[in-house]
Design a protein. Structure first.
Length: 242
C-alpha cells in the first residue's frame, strides 16, 4: 500500500536510491538518467518530496528528495525501506570544517556523529556510532579517484542547526576529527543498520559537495558557493554514486 509521505507502491522504487535533500536537485539528477526526464517515471510529488525512477547506464535507479534535516530524512528513509529500497546513497552538500577542506571538494562520510534529535530519539540516549557501509564507501572512493577527484574521507557530524552561534562550534569539532557538518546522514546510517540487524540486505553511504566552509575567521554566509556553481557541481555526485 502507498506510504503516508511517499505516495508510491512497492516496486515503484529501484533497489538503489540516490537521496538529495533538495527536490530541485532530485529533478536535476533524474534528468541525467538514460533518456533524460522524458524517460524517467515520477513516483512521488506529495509534500514536494519529488521522486523518480529510471535507468542509468542500463541499471535501474531511483532518486528521492529527503527534505532538510534528520526528522524529514528519517521519514523518507523509513518509507523507502518499506517500499523495497536496499542501497541508500545520500548525495548532498555539507559545510567543511576539517583541515584542508575547501568549497567545491568532495567529502565521503565513513561515519556520522549523531548530534541531531531524530537519531537521539531512536536511541533513547544510548551511545552509538552510526557508520556507512564499508563496501559502498570503498566504491565511492575508487570511483572518485578514477574521475581524477581526491575526496576527503572520514567522519562528519549530523546537526540540527545550520546557523549555530557558538563561537567554538567549528574549532571544537575540528579538533575531534570531524570533516564537515551536514543534516541527514546519521539517521540514515542508523536506520540502515537497524534493517541489517533484522536480516535485510541494506547498505547506506553519503557523498557530499562542500558548499561552504566554517572557521574562526569565515562564516557559511561568506564562503557559500554561488547557487549556479553549486548546482553545476551536483550532477557529478550522480556519476559517482549511481
Amino acid at each position: 500500500m502507498p506510504q503516508i509521505h511517499l505516495r508510491a507502491e512497492a516496486r515503484d522504487y529501484a533497489p538503489v536510491v540516490l537521496i538529495p535533500g533538495d527536490p530541485q536537485r532530485a529533478t536535476v539528477i533524474a534528468g541525467k538518467f538514460d533518456g533524460g526526464l522524458a524517460a524517467v517515471r515520477p513516483v512521488n510529488s506529495h509534500r514536494a518530496l519529488l521522486g523518480y525512477t529510471g535507468k542509468y547506464k542500463g541499471v535501474p535507479v531511483s532518486v528521492q528528495a529527503s527534505g532538510m534535516g534528520a526528522p524529514s530524512a528519517a521519514i523518507v528513509v523509513e518509507e523507502l525501506l518499506r517500499l523495497g529500497a536496499r542501497r541508500l546513497i545520500r548525495v548532498g552538500t555539507c559545510g567543511g570544517i576539517g583541515p584542508g577542506v575547501k568549497t567545491g571538494e568532495i567529502v565521503i562520510a565513513s561515519g556520522a556523529t549523531p548530534m541531531d534529535g531524530a537519531t537521539a530519539t531512536y536511541l533513547h540516549g544510548d551511545p552509538y556510532a552510526p557508520t556507512a557501509d564499508a563496501g559502498l564507501v570503498r566504491s565511492l572512493v575508487e570511483t572518485s579517484e578514477r574521475m581524477g577527484l581526491k575526496p576527503h574521507v572520514g567522519q562528519v557530524a549530523t546537526v540540527d542547526v545550520f546557523y549555530n552561534p557558538d563561537p567554538d562550534y567549528a574549532a571544537k569539532w575540528r579538533s575531534r576529527g570531524i570533516l564537515a557538518f551536514e543534516m541527514e546522514s546519521s539517521v540514515m546510517y542508523y536506520l540502515a543498520a537497524r534493517a541489517r540487524a533484522a536480516g535485510e540486505d541494506v547498505a547506506a553511504a553519503t557523498i557530499l559537495t562542500v558548499s561552504d566552509v566554517l572557521s574562526e575567521k569565515t562564516t557559511s554566509e561568506e564562503s557559500y558557493l554561488p547557487l549556479e556553481e553549486l548546482n553545476a557541481r551536483m550532477p557529478r555526485l550522480r556519476h559517482l554514486a549511481a
